[in-house]
Ligand binder design. Structure first.
Ligand code: GDP
Length: 453
């Protein structure tokens, strides 16, 4: 699918930094830059070469630059791509962009380079989406799953499933041409075995979403407990070590900034902490429902108790309430610095972690416990995890269609019905990789990218 126009955008972030990269893609990329570049004749240079020279507007020198050439199809978009590395001055960048647009380039829309890469077959849709995930990744785990998806791990699995299904679909459809003769080209028990196997893989992929989602978006955690047990103090202690990471997040594409703590490469997300910090007594009637709701939605609860305020029986009854929610929780006794030996012995009955949020004692052990509790499988670079809601929904629809095929085989339905259900399953699988896509879907996905990507 050839694009006739040539697009241009700043590919690096605006702001301070030594170098800015301006990228062009399209059939006129090389001639346009050649027209404003003084140095070697770019039209005569090999792909994957870099050239020093100046960008000029007539006789005016705008900048000394390096120009990198990527000749189609050996580029990110599979079109001719030129990257101009210039000095990162806002003035220079604006002037160069303006000049290139005057010469016939068009300002790129968000994600348009990656959209072209997809449309030109460089990558499928799930890989294109992984590019955005990769850029947004803030932890070792989210980086690993995005990288895996971008490099095509997920796509390969889907492609294999599709190929097997297509083969059977064609056999079943062939039967339609011979409907009077009542022949069966597609062996039903083989088809059934195939569908069962495909369903098993799809089921596993759907099951991986819980972990994939958590790795990509962070583990939602609620710190709960009565007022003054030390919830905010604990959160601050956890965050203090992570200030750098937290402030880094501000510039990314996230809608809301949450309190995030990176523990051994996994992001823990303390959700809506304003609400949590406001939370009054869990056992108290007022506000209980709101707190409960937050706790129910969490993947993990850290329940803080303060023996200065409550005796063992009270803490036990609070814990019983927490247990009812059915969410994994960690029992933590705070302010261990104020406890006597006897106190600790008594409290051992509930087998808690003892910490002092204020003095940062036991917090490391708490972190280890959090990691253990979410029970993430150790990830290998080869693991395929589904991290995208759109993908998991398409997989669920595929699974449903395949159930239809299985029922059809059992009920000995005619080939045309069987073929319809198989096609339906193929359609949903294709939605993930983009072999089936609509303009709306593509708009929706690529408009979330930044310009220049
Ligand atoms: P929250 O209402 O649960 O968020 O509790 P805060 O974090 O505001 O803490 C309530 C009080 O307990 C504050 O005065 C804290 O300084 C104090 N506090 C918190 N953690 C500790 C601790 O480990 N030891 C001691 N001695 N005091 C603590």
């Amino acid at each position: 699918m050839a694009n006739l126009d040539t697009i241009v955008a700043l590919a690096t972030a605006t702001g301070s930094g030594a170098i800015a990269v301006i990228r062009l893609s399209g059939p006129q990329a090389i001639p346009i830059v050649k027209g404003v570049f003084k140095g070697k004749d770019l039209a005569k240079q090999a792909s994957h070469t870099v050239h020093f020279g100046t960008i000029r507007n007539g006789t005016e020198i705008l900048d000394e630059v390096l120009v990198s050439l990527f000749v189609a199809p050996h580029s990110y978009t599979r079109e001719d791509v030129v990257e101009i590395s210039a000095h990162n001055s806002r003035y220079i960048i604006e002037r160069i962009l303006e000049l290139l647009i005057q010469r016939g380039a068009r300002a790129a829309r968000p994600g348009e380079f990656t959209l072209r890469a997809f449309l030109n077959g460089q990558m499928d849709l799930s890989q294109a989406e992984a590019v955005a995930d990769l850029i947004a990744s803030t932890s070792a785990a989210s980086h690993l799953v995005a990288m895996q998806q971008m490099r095509g791990g997920f796509s390969t699995v889907l492609k294999q499933l599709r190929e097997q299904l297509i083969q059977f679909a064609s056999l079943v459809e062939l039967e339609l041409d011979f409907s009077e003769e009542d022949v069966e080209f597609a062996n039903r028990s083989q088809l059934e075995a195939l569908i069962v196997e495909i369903n098993r893989v799809i089921h596993k992929l759907i099951g991986s979403f819980e972990q994939g989602n958590v790795l990509k978006n962070g583990v939602p955690v609620v710190i709960a407990g009565r007022p003054n047990v030390g919830k905010s103090t604990l959160l601050n202690t956890l965050l203090n070590e992570e200030r750098a990471i937290v402030s880094d997040i501000a510039g990314t594409t996230r809608d809301t900034i949450e309190d995030e703590v990176n523990i051994h490469g996994v992001t823990f997300r303390f959700i809506d902490t304003a609400g949590i910090r406001d939370t009054r007594d869990v056992i108290e009637a007022k506000g209980v429902e709101r707190t409960r709701e937050k706790m129910r939605k969490a993947r993990l609860i850290v329940y803080l108790a303060d023996p200065q305020q409550d005796d063992l029986d009270e803490i036990k009854s609070q814990l019983a309430e927490v247990a009812q929610l059915g969410v994994p929780y960690v029992t933590v006794v705070n302010k261990v610095d104020l406890l006597t030996r006897d106190h600790v012995d008594t409290l051992n009955a509930i087998n808690p972690l003892f910490i002092s949020a204020k003095n940062n004692t036991g917090v490391e052990e708490l972190k280890e416990e959090l990691l253990r509790k979410v029970n993430l499988h150790k990830l290998d670079a080869g693991d395929v995890l589904v991290t995208n809601v759109r993908h998991v929904e398409a997989l669920r629809r595929t699974e449903e269609a395949l159930q239809g095929v299985l029922l059809g085989i059992k009920g000995s339905v005619t080939s045309d019905f069987l073929a319809m259900d198989i096609r339906q399953a193929l359609h949903h699988l294709g939605e993930i990789t983009g072999s089936v896509s609509t303009d709306d879907l593509l708009d929706n996905i690529f408009s979330k990218f930044c310009i220049g990507k």
